[in-house]
Design a protein around this ligand. Structure first.
Ligand SMILES: Cc1cc2nc3c(=O)[nH]c(=O)nc-3n(C[C@H](O)[C@H](O)[C@H](O)COP(=O)(O)OP(=O)(O)OC[C@H]3O[C@@H](n4cnc5c(N)ncnc54)[C@H](O)[C@@H]3O)c2cc1C
Length: 635
């Protein structure tokens, strides 16, 4: 007879064991497999926690790793739980399944066990059942009616795309697992058909904080199930879908639909249906935002207002981001916009050194008037969202070239440095800092030259200029190159600018960082591969390089990186989009995909740059004497 038997050695059973060990209560854990095996055995390869790491707080074992706001991968969770087991060596009988528990005459329980040595029994005064709620997959009845030639997997069995035969895949359900698995398959290049459920989506970050951090602050995780509105029925409610992948981000089914995933609306079963029916296919530009995109915006704000006395609105000054992928432009009245700015500015006071940075992915063609109107609309919309530094693409005014090999046929219009349209952009910028690209005409020694140029302005006028230095393919046929990289001061701190191909050369960003830039704005009109274009933009080799350079240049130089790009098609060039904001560790804080939008992130630039340079300071530890810089032919 033992004092306590705990059935199941998942994290719940282990936690009970930890408490009993501490209290000196004799007990045993009976585990059908091995401790915490569910995490290793029932999660897919690219699995990450949906809850931030700081949530991992078992009795006597709190996550103390380097990334409390990150999301552990499957293997990291397994290692973290293994550490827990090792830390107090709980008394576990592994591969021992409890098949029945009976009350014993005179008190206590008799447990019938299946063990590797055959059936056994155990008597215990008390039994704690900690068998979890997820290890028995729920299979809908219609699954059995599907033709056996169709491979079927339950989410519990899913590991990766290679398990499935080639071709399209139907994912049924958009709870947390369904939405993440659909994304996993989509990113692996599979044609995914997704049958939507009724789980709502949630923005991963709201006002720079993780949605679950908000929920914790609001006391949700301290509320007993019975106290939820609706009581115990709350247990049946489907969670919001969101992911911890890539450092945590939204799952935006609309973006996937635009990128080729096929979505089907839920359709009630009819009598006589043997197989579940797919509802209508939703159009790619589906109104999911209105219908399903339930954001929790109001609630955390209301909480923050109520609770302001108790804690600051933003507790963590760390790098935070929310991805605002929005089709621009969005109109607001000027008065509404001004009011919103005042609100944001007031909030900024509470945000300490946080700067809201917006990097734009958008299409701009040859029509200067249209481009100017679009720029004004984007600035208005970004201002209403509290953006302080806005980075528009290269060639915002007038568009880029249409053919890189022979660009002479269709050239963008040029603007002199004193063109009134540039002054109009500065006036529209007001107290924001705005970077944009255009084709500059300049007279040098009586010769009229054109430059691919970037301009940084605020309402006070021009803050900085850059002329593209590095020229791919035939660009040199129509543009004169720039000859320097110089940082400049802005009201938001020291900034540097690069254009497109400049970022391929590490020396460009390095020069700006050495010149004191804390933020580098990289303005692009970066097209998909000219020689070998992939059918899907995210798989194009130029997409890969574009992303790689953004992260590498930020990390090498320990600076914040705001990368904009053109989208859409101009002549023979198809532009990649993929605007993003990258932190000084190379971590992508916010990004858009191949369609238009603004990637918005709140970054405490000084704090984050200083933090990343505290131990390893790349600029201080340079060894310029060892480097070959000029004068040697490449071998
Ligand atoms: C796909 C997926 C993703 C998740 N993501 C997250 C997340 O990001 N963050 C988060 O906090 N939670 C997440 N969860 C939930 C989390 O996994 C569970 O809440 C947690 O594992 C519950 O712990 P537990 O100890 O109660 O149960 P389990 O971890 O399921 O452990 C139960 C144990 O009991 C054993 N057992 C069962 N029956 C018997 C028996 N008859 N005899 C002996 N042993 C038995 C099992 O073998 C198992 O080891 C996720 C769950 C799933 C399925």
């Amino acid at each position: 007879m033992i004092r306590v038997a705990i059935v199941g050695a998942g994290q719940a059973g282990l936690s009970v064991s930890h408490h009993l060990t501490r209290l000196g209560v004799e007990h045993v854990l009976l585990e059908a497999a091995t401790p915490a095996h569910e995490w290793a055995d029932s999660r897919w390869d690219n699995f990450t926690l949906v809850t931030p790491n700081w949530h991992c707080r078992l009795p006597g074992h709190v996550y103390e790793g380097p990334d409390p706001d990150g999301f552990m991968t499957r293997d990291e969770v397994v290692a973290w739980l293994d550490d827990y087991v090792r830390s107090f060596d709980p008394p576990v009988r592994t591969h021992t399944r409890v098949v029945e528990a009976r009350e014993r005459d005179g008190g206590g329980f008799v447990l019938d066990l299946e063990t590797p040595d055959g059936p056994d029994t155990l008597e215990a005064d008390d039994v704690v059942v900690a068998t979890g709620g997820y290890h028995r997959p729920i299979e809908p009845a219609f699954a059995r009616a599907i033709d056996p030639s169709v491979t079927q997997l339950h989410s519990q069995q899913y590991r990766n795309a290679d398990q499935l035969p080639e071709g399209g895949v139907l994912v049924v359900g958009t709870g947390q697992s369904g939405a993440q698995i659909a994304e996993d398959l989509h990113l692996e290049g599979r044609q995914v058909h997704l049958a939507l459920g009724d789980a709502p989506r949630v923005a991963r970050f709201h006002r720079g904080r993780d949605c679950m951090t908000w929920l914790a602050d609001m006391g949700l995780y301290d509320t007993a199930v019975a106290q939820y509105p609706g009581g115990l029925a709350a247990r049946e409610k489907t969670n919001h879908y969101v992911t911890g992948r890539d450092g945590g981000r939204d799952i935006d089914l609309r973006a996937f639909a635009l990128d080729g995933m096929r979505l089907y609306e839920p359709r009630p079963r009819r009598r006589g249906d043997h197989v579940g029916r797919l509802g209508h296919r939703l159009p790619a530009r589906l109104p999911l935002a209105a219908g399903r995109g339930v954001r929790r915006d109001g609630t955390p704000d209301a909480h923050a207002r109520r609770d302001r006395g108790a804690r600051p609105v933003l507790r963590r000054p760390a790098v935070d981001a929310h991805v605002g992928v929005r089709t621009v432009p969005r109109r607001r009245s000027r008065r509404g916009a001004r009011r919103a700015v005042h609100r944001r500015r007031a909030a900024l006071g509470a945000r300490g050194g946080l700067m809201r940075i917006g990097a734009v992915a958008a299409h701009f063609g040859r029509d200067l008037d249209r481009a100017l109107a679009k720029v004004r609309a984007i600035i208005d919309s970004a201002r209403a969202d509290g953006v302080e530094l806005l980075v528009l693409p290269d060639a915002t005014l007038g568009g880029y070239l249409t053919d890189l090999r022979d660009p002479r046929a269709d050239l963008p219009p040029t603007l002199a440095q004193d063109d009134p349209r540039l002054a109009e952009v500065a006036a529209a910028a007001g107290d924001m800092v705005v970077c944009l690209g255009y084709t500059e005409s300049a007279e040098v020694d009586g010769e009229q030259l054109r430059h691919n140029a970037a301009l940084c302005v605020s309402g006070d006028g021009v803050l900085g200029r850059h002329r593209k230095v590095h020229q791919p393919l035939g660009e040199s046929l129509v543009y004169a190159p720039g000859d320097r990289f110089e940082a400049f001061d802005t009201p938001l701190g020291r900034l540097g600018m690069l254009i497109d191909y400049d970022k391929t050369f590490p020396e460009s960003a390095r020069s700006l960082a050495l010149d004191g830039a804390r933020v580098v704005a990289c303005l692009s009109a970066w097209p998909a591969s000219v020689t070998d274009r992939a059918s899907r933009l995210p798989q194009d080799r130029q997409s890969r390089l574009f992303d790689l350079y953004d992260s590498a240049r930020a990390a090498e130089n320990q600076v914040v990186w705001a990368s904009s790009n053109q989208t859409g098609v101009l002549g023979g060039l198809r532009f990649l989009g993929q605007a993003k904001v990258v932190g000084p560790g190379g971590d992508v804080l916010a990004r858009t995909w191949s369609k238009g939008g603004i990637a918005v992130a709140d970054v405490d630039v000084e704090h984050e740059v200083a933090r990343s340079r505290r131990v390893l300071h790349h600029l201080d530890e340079l060894r310029p004497d060892s480097y070959v810089t000029t004068g040697r032919e490449p071998s």
